[in-house]
Design a protein around this ligand. Structure first.
Ligand SMILES: *Cc1c(COP(=O)(O)O)cnc(C)c1O
Length: 393
């Protein structure tokens, strides 16, 4: 049994990282639960090399992490991957791998909130200056580059307001200036957008979201385009003690096998909900990259192969009690952080506090994750929510 690089992407995703012949024929690699690794000889003990993906100690790499990393490397089209206990740990460890005191970091203003908290807290205390930039900046990013600029970090689209960046333009500008680029590619799940093919050096994901896909695993991954960058990520992860548990890696790999089957359904349902929402008189704006008129739609059309189920809409501001009446009685939509699981979610958000370069001037923002339920039932649930809202006004 083997699949090779002549197979198409969906086929590769089913077969990559598996090794039935090594595990008594098991289709999936069983979670490799081990901390201590025994060496038969002194020579074997002394020849450990992380670049060879050998196994020395559970935390520093093992068959579970190697399999997941091989699959994610394939998905993102990179040289190598490093897995982490969470998406946030992947982001913070990758930033620490490439930044030092005195460096200037250019961070997109619409970045994930906890990424911002890390920059403004731990990175600031470590002597790294973070400057936030307008997600719409494009090639103009060159005007912000200083001699000490070491890294540009993107997230496209942002996960609350769904603004896209011109990733190839920014990556080209960075490359010309010798600056490393990273992107949080969680929305695209490594499938809908290929950052490394667009010139980005490192693509990072919270595999907690679509890769895991079942709202039950916490996992992160960074995929590097080159051996040098991969090694730097790997060595830093070892120094930080950053690692992913075998059980979470198992769930990540299992989720990955159905990723490209699930995503089109998330997209289809998300678009059905977005188009319905567009018709409601209270709704002032849709923020769904695949819808014309949404911020960044043209970039999405140019660079992405599809959409996932996460988007937002704006509606006119209503008193808090009316908003509560609307979202408190949902039958199917859960209210909670996170997304990418099989279930639908609704979340009122206020981006005011998590952007500084480009102040938020929109209306009441509500984020939707379209899950795998029947869209007709989800529409009925939303319809009832708008009825409750109207009664409360
Ligand atoms: C959830 C999320 C993260 C963090 O992932 P965890 O696995 O929860 O640490 C990072 N970026 C984005 C865009 C996210 O939605």
């Amino acid at each position: 049994m083997s699949s090779d690089s002549t197979d198409r992407p969906d086929t590769r995703l089913i077969h990559v990282g598996r090794a039935p012949e090594k595990y008594a024929g098991a289709v999936n690699i069983p979670p490799f639960r081990a901390s201590t690794i025994l060496f038969p000889t002194l020579e074997a003990l002394e020849t450990y090399d992380p670049a060879l993906r050998s196994v020395r100690y559970g935390r520093t790499g093992n068959p579970s992490s190697h399999a997941f990393e091989a699959a994610m490397t394939e998905l993102e089209g990179g040289h190598g991957a490093v897995s982490y206990a969470s998406g946030l740990q992947a982001i913070t460890s990758a930033l620490l791998a490439f930044l030092k005191a005195g460096d200037h970091l250019l961070m997109v203003d619409t970045t994930y909130g906890p990424t911002r908290t890390f920059c403004d807290g731990i990175l600031a205390r470590a002597g790294v200056v973070t400057e936030y930039f307008d997600p719409a900046i494009g090639a103009e990013i060159t005007s912000l580059i200083r001699p000490e600029t070491a890294l540009i970090f993107l997230e496209s689209p942002g996960s609350q307001t769904f603004e896209l960046q011109d990733v190839p333009a920014i990556a080209t500008a960075a490359r010309q200036a010798g600056i490393v680029t990273m992107i949080d590619n969680t929305w695209a799940a490594g499938v809908l957008f290929k950052p490394l093919a667009h010139g980005v050096d490192i693509s990072i994901q919270s595999a907690t979201k679509y890769v895991g896909g079942h709202a039950d695993a916490s996992l992160g991954v960074a995929v590097a385009a080159t051996q040098a960058h991969w090694l730097r990520l790997k060595k830093t992860a070892i120094e930080l003690g950053a690692t992913a548990s075998a059980d979470e890696l198992f769930l990540g790999l299992r989720g990955l096998r159905t990723l490209t089957t699930r995503l089109p359904r998330h997209q289809e349902t998300g678009l059905a909900l977005a188009r319905w929402l567009q018709q409601q008189p209270e709704v002032t704006r849709l923020r769904h990259p695949a819808l014309p008129g949404s911020p960044g739609h043209e970039l999405w059309q140019r660079d992405f192969s599809g959409a996932c189920g996460l988007f937002a809409f704006e509606m006119r501001k209503v008193p808090p009690a009316a908003l509560a009446a609307m979202v408190n009685g949902m039958r199917l939509f859960g209210m909670g952080y996170s997304w990418g699981g099989f279930e639908s979610l609704i979340l009122p958000c206020d981006p005011t506090r998590i952007r500084t370069a480009t102040p938020w001037q929109g209306d009441q923002l509500i984020r939707i994750h379209a899950g795998l339920e029947d869209p007709a039932d989800l529409l009925a649930d939303l319809d009832a929510a708008f009825t409750r809202l109207r009664k409360a006004l």
